[in-house]
Design a protein around this ligand. Sequence first.
Ligand SMILES: C[S@@+](CC[C@H](N)C(=O)[O-])C[C@H]1O[C@@H](n2cnc3c(N)ncnc32)[C@H](O)[C@@H]1O
Length: 295
Amino acid sequence: MVDDRREILGAGAGWGPWVPRLAAAGLTLLIGLSLLTGISCLSLNQTQCSISSLLNGREDLDVPYAGTRPAVVSRMLEMAAVQPGDQVIDLGTGDGRILIAAARERGARGIGVDLDPALIDAARGAARQSGVADRVEFRVENLFETTLSQADVVTMFLLPEVNLRLRPRLLGELRPGARIVSHAFDMGEWRPDETARVGGAWVYRWTVPARAAGTWRFVGEDGREGVLRLDQHFQAVSGDLQTEGAAPVLVTGRLEGERIALEIGAGDGEPRLAGIVRDGRIVPVDPAMRWRAER
Ligand SMILES: C[S@@+](CC[C@H](N)C(=O)[O-])C[C@H]1O[C@@H](n2cnc3c(N)ncnc32)[C@H](O)[C@@H]1O
């Protein structure tokens, strides 16, 4: 079974020192290694792309080229629930296969960025061939400079440290509810909302959580008022609820996008509230319920 992490880490770890070593070993060794590991070089064309990246001395690249297999691409798009009209941003797009599949198979539009101009040329050509060139744009651009705020979905196949560097921007710039799917690597303490294994590949999906931290004026189902204080660590929230004339009770909960599930109190039979965090309010998912919270 192919392990995509080992493949890209093998190519990416100690990236600088690989260049002279590979040059010394020559093209034969490089092609042999690539074919042996079997992912980066699924076609001669990609092999040439990989080699051109390596031999052009692209120390500016934060991640070497390796292509995501079609089955993994499909699973990524499925997990991100890409739908017609979604804006997809593909960071380190390579030959554009993820974004092109999103446009062709799911009616999305979007932007793919990569620092390698040869790969961007290949991506533009593939988009024309697939009949989606009017819905996708490929740019030679550093992914750390790409504006993320308009994305409904971000796709990536990068490296652990690159994911971690992107994490604050993904959390800070994307709207709550936007989805991120990553092939092979996770984002450390920000645990994925969904994980899948496709052949030898791991795929992770996060949904950007709404911001629920702070102090809320809470009105319970029985109309009693209280103060709800919440701390937030990625999707996890915890804090307490102080209701008039009662001792504070512990509150724990979890966010997935704008959806929040709160447990009020630690014991069995304590209320579990399912709400939506939006525009400075938390309102029940079930419109028949009357509890609410406001900033
Ligand atoms: C592992 S490949 C993934 C390619 C494609 N997304 C896929 O899954 O098939 C990573 C890509 O990131 C690109 N890359 C590396 N550092 C980059 C950077 N700082 N900005 C933009 N692209 C970068 C590389 O050129 C390479 O094409």
